[in-house]
Design a protein around this ligand. Structure first.
Ligand SMILES: Nc1ncnc2c1ncn2[C@@H]1O[C@H](COP(=O)(O)OP(=O)(O)O)[C@@H](O)[C@H]1O
Ligand SMILES: [Mg+2]
Length: 254
């Protein structure tokens, strides 16, 4: 299963969600994280700054004939193709570079039951390649009306690439509503509006400083939680998503 996290807006929680899905799945299987954003936020969440990167990078998916070798991390089940400064240049490469990346990622999918691809808030070859090899696309969204207005761009990108390059993909993206302020009436209204028009994975995620705290300590919000509510929400969302996508088995009993 290859999952891409995408939204052409920044700051909506793409990297936070990618990291949590990786942490959750890695409790029971080897997972590959691919960081396609030159800002390297997912990379910084999964490995210590300055740790040796003798293995492959995500950029090499597009530039090398041989597939890059994912690097191990402190978690024995988490492997990473880290970001690098040159990644933005990938968006200027031609279609053959994109196809090469698609083939490399699909081949890595034979080794890893789950691959999670974190993307930059930009349309271009990196996103095209990610969408062309993914089975599912998840779009995190902030419940503000301007943010909702902007999702048309990413949805039409997903639909076009799905129809033309990736018949195996479910063309409709699933949404995750993030950074909710439960006190804000407008947030509740907008979240309900989104849920009425799109497939929204539950639960919605409240804004909580515990999330940024956890990620800066390279752990999921449910490990040593400073907020029980945030821990429960993120865990439930990851369980729900990974179960729906067939990555985790449904819990029987209870
Ligand atoms: N639910 C949340 N509550 C509080 N902070 C959050 C939440 N989700 C994400 N963040 C923080 O907001 C910032 C932007 O999130 P990030 O995942 O980096 O967004 P993106 O990858 O879409 O640019 C990060 O500092 C992240 O830790
Ligand atoms: Mg990010």
């Amino acid at each position: 299963m290859i999952i891409t996290i995408s939204n052409n807006k920044g700051g909506v929680g793409k990297t936070a969600l990618a990291a949590h899905l990786v942490f959750r799945a890695a409790e029971s299987m080897p997972v590959l994280a691919i960081d396609l954003d030159s800002q390297s936020n997912l990379t910084a969440t999964l490995i210590e700054r300055g740790s040796r990167r003798s293995q492959g990078t995500a950029e090499q998916l597009f530039t090398e004939i041989e597939a890059p070798e994912p690097m191990p991390t402190a978690d024995p089940n988490i492997y990473l193709l880290p970001a690098s400064a040159g990644l933005t240049g990938v968006d200027r490469l031609n279609l053959s570079a994109g196809f090469m990346a698609v083939n490399h990622i699909k081949n890595l999918g034979k080794t890893f039951r789950l691959i999670v691809i974190d993307t930059a808030p930009a349309l271009g070859m990196r996103l095209t390649a990610a969408l062309a090899c993914s089975h599912r696309v998840v779009v995190p969204l902030v419940p503000e009306s301007y943010a909702v207005d902007g999702v048309g761009t990413i949805l039409s990108e997903i639909a076009t690439i799905g129809e033309n390059l990736n018949p195996a993909m479910r063309h409709q993206a699933d949404f995750v509503i993030n950074l909710v302020n439960p006190q804000a009436r407008q947030h509740r209204i907008t979240a309900a509006h989104i849920a009425g028009n799109f497939t929204v994975l539950m639960p919605c995620l409240n804004r909580s400083v515990a999330v940024a705290d956890a990620l800066s300590e390279r752990r999921p919000v449910w490990r040593k939680p400073s907020s029980k509510k945030a821990a429960a929400q993120w865990r439930a969302l990851c369980d729900n998503l990974l179960t729906q996508y067939g990555v985790l088995q449904p819990v029987s009993g209870t």
